[in-house]
Ligand binder design. Structure first.
Ligand SMILES: Nc1ncnc2c1ncn2[C@@H]1O[C@H](COP(=O)(O)OP(=O)(O)OP(=O)(O)O)[C@@H](O)[C@H]1O
Ligand SMILES: [Mg+2]
Length: 336
């Protein structure tokens, strides 16, 4: 079951960072029961103002979930403003969050509204919340509780009412213990907690995501829609994906761009995924590989070793050129 259809999500928003307003629902592809539960839960909470804390490893889709919560709210024209504390030094984060008055500091030539003000009546997404400086966390808590902020260099309180969604890929108990995440802020933010499982805990999603990114990227780059051969897909499923969905997307993009054939065979996969290396004249085949797939891996990696020179590969493999040709042809047209 593809959740995209069930929830009638139609389009995909590629990188919603710093988007101020959006009325197109992002797509979250999954058939994993824990994710399906999350997708139903966020529908239920979308119209409340309750703060949400999203946890999960890097690249699991925390920002997509945050933008979906926003999208499911009553009025999708409200602003959605995102800020990532990890990417910025403390003073810059303060300035981005709370804005400043004219001449608040050297170079402040005009008044600037911060993300909080820009998110008024909408959603403020605070990515990498644990990386935020503790003093900024204290100011943030005050702003949330009082529903008002003071711009840097300003005297007046400015009313702000934004739904807060925060995210982190860090371990919460450890961050509380080390003091990197203030406990009072944590309690304020975690009214609703959502944990997104890593991709290796939901391998059933890998083929769905591969197909999703293939069609997305075919739309982006044009040309014929490619597909992964059965053995390539198996290798994608067996890989642990430390960078989660973001890494998977990048791999799909890379192989789509570098594979000249319609069918993506293992030789186009990065070595860490195909589990093989030709660097040292050896081919490594993981335990558990079936004879069929092992045979394809030997052929593909020999071809890669001789820079795709089919005559040289056939010679090394002890095959006629015709047999090798037939094997490759069968796979690019054949049953996957
Ligand atoms: N289930 C999914 N379906 C479709 N696309 C997804 C899914 N999960 C993640 N993506 C895509 O993967 C990429 C990474 O997602 P996102 O930025 O939301 O991850 P993140 O958890 O916020 O990562 P980080 O911790 O590094 O900030 C984005 O391009 C996003 O659109
Ligand atoms: Mg993120």
């Amino acid at each position: 079951m593809v959740i995209e259809k069930e929830l009638a999500l139609d389009k995909f928003v590629e990188k919603p960072l710093k988007l101020v307003s959006k009325n197109v629902a992002p797509v979250f592809i999954s058939q994993n029961p824990a994710i399906i539960e999350i997708l139903f839960k966020i529908r239920l909470i979308a119209n409340s103002q309750a703060s949400v804390l999203i946890t999960g490893e890097s690249g699991t889709g925390k920002e997509v979930i945050a933008s979906l919560i926003h999208h499911y709210g009553a009025d999708t024209h409200r602003p959605f403003v995102a800020i990532n504390s990890a990417a910025l030094p403390k003073d810059v984060v303060d300035n981005e969050l709370f804005g400043h008055e004219k001449e608040a500091f050297t170079g402040a030539v005009s008044k600037k509204e911060g993300c909080f003000e820009l998110a008024h009546n909408g959603t403020l997404f605070l990515d990498e919340i644990v990386e935020m400086h503790p003093q900024t966390q204290a100011k943030l808590l005050r702003a949330i509780e009082n529903k008002s902020i003071r711009r840097l260099g300003g005297k007046e309180e400015v009313k702000v009412d934004a739904r807060i969604i925060a995210a982190t890929n860090r371990d919460i108990p450890a961050s509380l213990k080390s003091g990197e995440l203030r406990e009072d802020l944590f309690y304020r933010l975690s009214v609703i907690e959502i944990h997104i499982p890593s991709l290796r805990e939901r391998k059933e999603d890998i083929p769905l995501l591969v197909n999703h990114f293939i069609s997305l990227l075919t739309k982006k780059y044009g040309g014929v829609e490619k597909r992964f051969s059965a053995e390539s897909l198996e290798m994608m499923k067996n890989f642990d994906w430390p960078g989660n969905v973001r890494e998977l997307r990048n791999v799909v993009e890379r192989v789509m761009l570098t594979c000249a054939d319609v069918v993506i065979t293992p030789r186009y996969l990065p070595e860490r995924i195909s589990g093989s290396t030709t660097n040292d004249n050896y081919i490594k085949i993981p335990i558990g590989t079936s004879m069929d797939i092992a045979e394809q891996m030997i052929i593909d990696q020999t071809l890669a070793f001789v820079n795709n020179n089919k005559s040289a590969a056939a010679r090394i493999l002890g095959l006629s050129r015709k047999t090798l040709h037939n094997n490759l042809n069968e796979r690019s047209t054949g049953a996957c």
